[in-house]
Design a protein around this ligand. Structure first.
Ligand code: HEC
Ligand code: HEC
Length: 210
């Protein structure tokens, strides 16, 4: 039991050990208590931030820095989803760090990492874009920022296993100009170069990495 817990914590790359009690360490699926400020969030994002399809994307697997920054972007009106705008408004001050920390500590499935250099001569066009990009259109490989198998890190969100419908909405939001605030418009510039078919294909491709 103990071994599997430590393995899980190590895989998630988190500092849960510091907050675990001896009792919780005996369970295979440690669940931290949901802080008061995050209670409301769980109705759409799931108790462990695992996401509820169509209703709310997965938050587990995103870094605390990324989650805090996105809440700030909702507060600033740089992300404009009406439902989430109202929800973000309920989290202010110190509670931003509390909810960001909670969701970033939730477990996500461990997946085999595939690196850019391992993936040459791919036949699937979306997998090619993901791992190699398209230099004729100056589109860099998605994994060059989003990490091997797009597991994310820091301000680069995890795409692997995220809901396809959510990924698609975000790429369209950048195209329409309703999502901004990413540093140097780095993601916005890329989204603008994608065709509708590529947005569909890439969203599906990343959602299926699990
Ligand atoms: C009523 C449903 C609902 C509730 C409750 C809710 N959210 Fe959301 N959340 C959403 C939806 C829908 C989106 C996608 C928004 C979009 O398309 O831009 C979202 C997106 C997000 C994102 C962006 C994720 C990413 O990958 O960039 C974060 C962070 C987030 N929510 C945090 C929270 C927090 C923290 C709370 C609790 C205070 C909360 N949400 C409560 C529905 C909800
Ligand atoms: C130059 C670095 C870079 C590259 C290359 C890149 N991205 Fe991103 N991407 C980002 C950053 C940074 C964000 C977070 C933006 C923010 O903070 O709002 C992001 C966010 C996203 C999101 C939103 C995820 C969420 O949880 O809300 C999607 C979807 C996405 N990228 C898809 C792609 C796809 C598909 C590709 C390849 C065609 C790609 N990205 C290539 C930097 C990059």
């Amino acid at each position: 039991m103990k071994t599997s817990f430590y393995k899980l914590a190590a895989l998630a790359g988190i500092t849960m050990l510091t907050v675990m009690t001896a009792e919780a360490a005996e369970t295979t699926s440690p669940q931290l208590p949901v802080p008061a400020a995050a209670q409301l969030c769980t109705s759409c994002h799931g108790a462990q931030g695992q996401g509820i399809d169509i209703i709310g994307p997965r938050l587990a697997g995103l870094s605390a820095d990324y989650i805090s920054n996105q809440l700030a972007l909702f507060h600033a009106g740089k992300r404009q989803n009406p439902t989430m705008l109202a929800m973000a408004a309920t989290v202010q001050g110190d509670n931003i760090a509390v909810v960001a920390q909670y969701f970033s500590q939730q477990p996500v499935a461990d997946i085999p990492l595939q690196f850019r250099g391992d993936k040459v001569g791919i036949s699937d066009p979306f997998e090619t874009l993901a791992f190699q990009g398209d230099w004729s259109r100056t589109i860099p490989a998605c994994v060059s920022c989003h990490g091997p198998s797009a597991v994310g890190g820091g301000q680069f969100p995890r795409l692997a296993g995220q809901q396809a419908s959510y990924l698609k909405t975000q790429l369209l939001a950048w195209q329409e100009g309703s999502r901004t605030g990413d540093a140097d418009n780095m993601m916005g510039n890329i989204a603008l170069k994608l065709t509708a078919a590529e947005i569909d294909g890439l969203s599906q491709f990343f959602a299926n990495i699990k």
